[in-house]
Design a protein around this ligand. Sequence first.
Ligand code: GH3
Ligand code: MG
Ligand code: MG
Ligand code: MG
Ligand code: MG
Length: 303
Amino acid sequence: MPTKPPEAQSTILIIDDSVDAIRLLSGILKDMGQILFATSGAAGIELAQQRRPQLILLDVEMQAMDGYEVCRRIKADSDMRDCAIMFVTAQSTMDSEVAALEAGAVDFLSKPLNAPVVRARVRTHLKLQRATAALMQLANKDGLTGLFNRRYFDEQLAREFLRHKRQGLPLSLAFIDIDCFKAYNDHYGHQSGDACLKRVAELIEGATQRPSEVVARYGGEEFVVLLPYTDAADAAKYGAWLCEQIAVDALAHARSPVAAHITVSVGLTSMVPGEANSALNLVADADRALYQAKSAGRNRAVT
Ligand code: GH3
Ligand code: MG
Ligand code: MG
Ligand code: MG
Ligand code: MG
């Protein structure tokens, strides 16, 4: 069976108020990815939000909201701004080209469309998008566990913190630390220690269900979970459940004074809407709660 070219995994959104134009463009691009379309700027923005296409082909002249405005709104949204936008228009003047690039587009196609040119330029932008995504993956992930790394977590924390403050919604944070891990390394060796870290990372990820939750390796044998839309009561339940999930996995730890298997301690903190707070305080609070969980005997969650 022939393998699909890599661009077939891309998603391309066409936003145009002319159905004929959409039909023409989808015909040109049909084997280059999954093609989505919208016939108005508002519908296009909504679809971009839901489906996060790698590339948007955007008509300039549309009723209600023109392409420049659509482009500006997408580029102003941190969830969507990574997507590449190419304008497609009949007004091929220098001014309109400058306006498109200033609105945040990466390229500009003039009508009448020349199919091989459209395909070549789309291919180039999809390739760039893939290369960028691969680099972002390297920059954001922890090499050992595959979880997000501290750098990415800090970024997400700052972002969620502002969002939740703005929306007046709860936000919780869980700090997770493997109990007596130094003794584990000493007894089983560093390689087994690494395997244990991977397993615990898997269990934490498995215990975390919402797509909005961010699980990261904070450093060493410490993990952190950002829990948007979660208040203190739910965070406490999550923490207790997490401890249980790791305990029932029963990964042997012969030298642990806590149990004969791997356990974790969890420190939790929740941001109450309206309360004066900062993202840094949130981390410090969770760390304090973690310290209390350790002092109280480990293998437990403390809020
Ligand atoms: P506590 O219950 O108080 O958390 O005790 P602990 O032994 O887990 O804590 P401590 O901070 O004394 O030791 C953490 C250990 O984690 C020491 C370090 O060698 C180990 N560690 C950190 N990163 C890695 C890693 O990437 N791989 C392995 N195998 N071990 C690691
Ligand atoms: Mg139009
Ligand atoms: Mg530690
Ligand atoms: Mg320590
Ligand atoms: Mg530890």
